[in-house]
Write a protein that binds this ligand. Sequence first.
Ligand SMILES: [Ca+2]
Ligand SMILES: [Ca+2]
Ligand SMILES: [Ca+2]
Length: 640
Amino acid sequence: MRPVFLHGLALALLACDAGVSDSSGGGGAGAGAGQGGACVEAGAPCQITFHYPLGSEQSVELRGDFAPDGWDNGIPLEIDAGEWRITLSLPNDSVVRYKYLVDGSEWVTDPTNPVQEDDGLGGLQSVRSVSCGASCDGAGGQGEGGSYNPGPGEFDWRSAVLYFVFVDRFANGDPANDDPVAGVETPANYQGGDYAGLLEQIEAGYFDDLGVNALWLTVPADNPGVSGPGSDGHAYSAYHGYWPSNLEAVEEHFGDMALLKQVVDAAHERGIKVLLDYAMNHVHIDNPLFTEQPDWFWPLDFDGRYCVCGDGCSWDGYDGRRCWFRDYLPDWNFQNPQARAASIDNALWWIQQTGIDGYRLDAIKHIETVWVEELRQRVNAEVDQTTGRFYMVGETFETGNRDVIRQYVGSDLLDGQFDFPLRGAIVEHVLRRSGTMFDLDNFLATNDGYYPGIMSTFIGNHDIARVIQTALDQPWGTWDNGGSSNWTNTPSLPTNRAPFERLALGFTFLMTTQGIPLIYYGDEIGMAGSGDPDNRRFMQWTGTTADQDWLREQVQLLGQIRKDNPALWRGIRITVYVSNDVYAYRMTDGEDVVHVAFNRSDTLQPVEGLPPEATDLLTGEPFTGPTSMLPPRSALILAP
Ligand SMILES: [Ca+2]
Ligand SMILES: [Ca+2]
Ligand SMILES: [Ca+2]
């Protein structure tokens, strides 16, 4: 039962008949390659025992989808050791849906298995995953397997909690460099945030308090002090950093290279890693490279088409890799080896200059993949990784097709990507309370272990409406966006506690499952906002409400709990109870087991399958199980 870690995913050997507590809602306990080749192929026979408590009944049959006619022709259980039981040989990595037929007439679900789902006939059926060992083809039977294997003294990226510092909007330590651009409205203009302000917060311990040990900073390269029209007709400045005009200078609104280096050093002193955002898809048209090396960029004219993305060219496929985001943002042609080398040289230069620990790479599906491959090769060859792997996480804004996201993840490509589909599932089912927790469980059953790397999990970022809008009593927008570009809808902070409690549930999930949880600045206090640019209001440092302070304290607590309990970031997740509104699972890392349960609803709800005795890490109070009643919008995190 001791897990082994060969890759970036938690790998575990599960006992063949680990009993009902190892059931999952559908293969959710993603198991990976076993040590020394002791893995079990998907489909290999696996001995699974089914149980039913002995009572006054005369017969119990197992019926289900374990055989083509398994719903019509049952297999009788036999009395053995004081219970009804039967052991079947079933394929490893499969899922069984079943019921018991008692005395030939009464259909019941498995009373020893809390995992159930709708049977499509108005009732429920039991669901159980079949696993008798680590599968040989990566976690969940899906991944290719990465090469991540931190050695002694190396930082383990699975333990990272990432905070997105939107530099211009985070903290203003030097009013002398604010210098807004003329003719640009405040929401799209520089607002004064800088490295001096960030440095103050690092040194004040703001991130330590949150349990944050990694920062993602917006693009540091110099951008022009000009305005450009957005697709919504408003004038924009380059406050976001995505218009690089000088790739070898630091944006003067933020500071200079010495100050950026100071930020990185101060973070490192506190055990905090730093990722810089790197924009490699395009430059600003003012970048001298565009005039000096026109062959390094795709022409705006593409066989007579005006190749602006979403205009003369599509955002997708080959078009999507060569189109210009705007007509002032020339797009790199990385089919040109000189262009590719120059760009990768620059990415390496920033690493050497600053001593950063990783990159967040923008707009991955809009560049030629060979750029990522070569960057990885050169990082491996040229960057000192003795204290930890140089972690590269990509952004592919894709909510539906997970293969599009996964194709860039691997030991020779990205270490991970932002898990947009997971974000959708959490927001849809937990925050917006749509569908049921069975839907969430079904999603997770296929998502756990789907990617051969370490994904970053999140509920909010800078491209979607502030997540609190999805958690309102009456949430608005759609789950995957919630209001895109928006200048007129500027929601104010909710005045009741419930939305903050729902956000805390979202953070509870992120902080108690695998992946690198990302906190988008301000979400820890539930800042309000619709789509871009309203989702990028300046960080609120003063005048926070009691609800905001409560949420921040919850996130701080969750951060500390995650840090203190490695099972939460490297354990395997096994579903233990599901109802329409309640979800419970346990994270298992060898002998360490932590149970998590939460109730999304506004009513008191039962939960089952929890340990008989434990401590609730959220309150410090003793807990008595295995059943309990969960108050509205509340969670339990239970450790022995
Ligand atoms: Ca400033
Ligand atoms: Ca500038
Ligand atoms: Ca491109």
